[in-house]
Ligand binder design. Structure first.
Ligand code: HEM
Length: 392
């Protein structure tokens, strides 16, 4: 809980701090990586640094946390903290890293605000930072303690690589040493560390898709302009060893017996495959509406598996939208105008942000409460931070 001294100071300065985040962020990262270049080797994504909006997630979430404390004095934004803590744990963030981020973030804030950064202002924001850091550290400790091993990354050998859809490669990874594997919950992801041509390790998260027992299987959609996916899709060979984290992620299959809607676009199909596989193993009798949008039938990654899992569920139905005319049940982007969504459905969305925003609005318009709609963002979250409707 925010102290009585800090509350009015945060109230007065939150507007200006939030407004300055885009200017504070580059300076924060510049100074941190100058002092600690090792953090760009295996911890931070270099691509996220090039993409200004994504880089703002960290500093932006502190402003969001502060405004939450002002409006909810008794609680914390648990959903935001959980998402960040899972991401951090998958990257091996430890308590001793927090003072580093603090030093460089606050240095950047002080330089940006100039005279406005009075000792009272700095002390109040310090309090916000450490409230958030302590909350994250606590969740992260719990996540680490729940693992079957005490390592951040374990070596996994590439056991198989298959092209699936025009631009996606499914990679099956088997343990390359005796590190015990934490069982994954359907919908979770792993961080994979990939060695770049300049010798630097770059981490990326990939949702786990159904694969052989005792393995981790991921589906990598190639981004030719990206840094990591071309290496995974083109250069990594069967037999190569990659470092893979334990499974993390808190977007899991909504429990219960009520109807489910699993709506995906493109590579957003991956968590849906894990959910469907889980439902098949449970011999679920739930009503499941599976909705998928893609560029074309050829692009649809793991299509056969998707169709097969739906076919194995007695009360599941698949409906598709393909941008290439004639390839799916419908042409063009997903449009739920003609699809009846039960008002008591639990909805899970995964795909590009505009897709999820459009589908979420469409299901809410059909009477589904906002809290029954979960979504998985592949990449840093630029939505939750601004999504006030989540509490409805
Ligand atoms: C990602 C917040 C401290 C390393 C993130 C994200 C947020 C965040 C919001 C984006 C999550 C997502 O949606 O994917 C915070 C806050 C911190 C903090 C509020 C302090 C109170 C740290 C520390 C480290 C760290 C101490 C390690 C030095 C990372 C990394 C990512 C990340 C590597 C992945 C994104 C990227 O590569 O750019 N953090 N973080 N964070 N954080 Fe933190």
């Amino acid at each position: 809980m925010l102290s009585d001294q800090s509350r009015p100071v945060i109230e007065q300065t939150i507007g200006v701090v939030a407004e300055r985040i885009p200017f504070i962020t580059p300076e924060f990262y510049r100074s941190m990586f100058e002092a600690r270049p090792d953090l760009l080797d295996g911890m931070f994504s270099r691509s996220n640094q090039k993409n200004g909006t994504q880089a703002q997630a960290l500093a932006g979430s502190i402003a969001m946390f502060a405004s939450w404390l002002l409006t909810h004095p008794e609680g914390y934004p648990d959903e935001l903290l959980s998402r960040v803590a899972h991401k951090h744990a998958s990257l091996g963030v430890l308590p001793q890293h927090y003072p580093i981020v603090h030093e460089h973030l606050f240095g950047a804030i002080a330089r940006d605000l100039g005279d406005a950064a009075t000792p009272e202002v700095v002390a109040a924001w310090d309090e916000v930072y450490w409230l958030m850091a302590d909350a994250l550290i606590k969740i992260e400790e719990g996540l680490y303690a729940g693992q079957a091993n005490s390592v951040v990354f374990a070596p996994f050998r590439v056991a198989a690589k298959e092209q699936t859809g025009t631009t996606t490669t499914a990679i099956t990874l088997e343990p390359a040493d005796g590190t015990p594997m934490t069982p994954a919950v359907a919908g979770q992801y792993v961080t994979v560390e990939v060695r770049m041509p300049d010798g630097v390790d770059q981490p990326r998260q990939f949702t786990l898709v159904p694969g052989p027992e005792g393995t981790r299987r991921i589906a990598v959609r190639l981004d030719e302009r990206g840094e990591v996916t071309p290496v995974l899709c083109h250069d990594v060979q069967v037999g190569d060893v990659l470092r893979v984290s334990n499974p993390y992620g808190d977007v899991v299959l909504p429990e219960g017996e009520g109807p489910l809607v699993l709506a995906s676009a493109g590579i957003g199909v991956t968590p849906m495959l894990a959910f469907l596989d889980r439902l098949v193993r449970q011999e679920s009798q739930r009503q499941v509406l599976v909705l998928h949008a893609d560029r074309s039938a050829e692009d649809w990654a793991l299509r056969e598996l998707h169709e097969m899992l739906v076919a194995e569920l007695p009360h599941a139905r698949l409906e598709t939208w393909m941008e290439t005319p004639g390839d799916g049940d419908h042409d063009g982007f997903m449009d739920l105008g003609a699809v009846r969504i039960p008002a008591n459905a639990q909805v899970v969305l995964c795909g590009p942000l505009p897709f999820m925003q459009a589908v979420r609005s469409a299901v809410i318009a059909q009477g589904v409460p906002g809290r029954s709609v979960a979504y998985e963002i592949l990449g840093p979250d630029q939505w939750m931070l601004h999504d006030e409707a989540r509490e409805t």
